[in-house]
Ligand binder design. Structure first.
Ligand SMILES: [Zn+2]
Length: 66
């Protein structure tokens, strides 16, 4: 019975996708899977901005020698 195949809409493009034998499930294809991963990594690339530490040390200042 072919009707027993599980069809799920691809989360990316909404195409009804067979899960059985689908290496890219729940996505319909590698393209959609990579797209999802791409969106994911883009989110993780958002690193909270860290306030730069002030260089409070005055040792680097040129001290005029007498
Ligand atoms: Zn898709």
């Amino acid at each position: 019975m072919l009707t027993s195949m599980t069809l799920r809409p691809c989360p990316i493009c909404r195409t009804p996708t067979a899960w059985e034998g689908n290496a890219f499930k729940p996505f319909c294809s590698e393209r959609c899977r990579l797209r999802d991963l791409g969106a994911w990594s883009t989110e993780s690339y958002r690193i909270p901005e860290k306030p730069q530490e002030e260089h409070g040390e005055g040792w680097s200042e040129a001290i005029p020698e007498e």
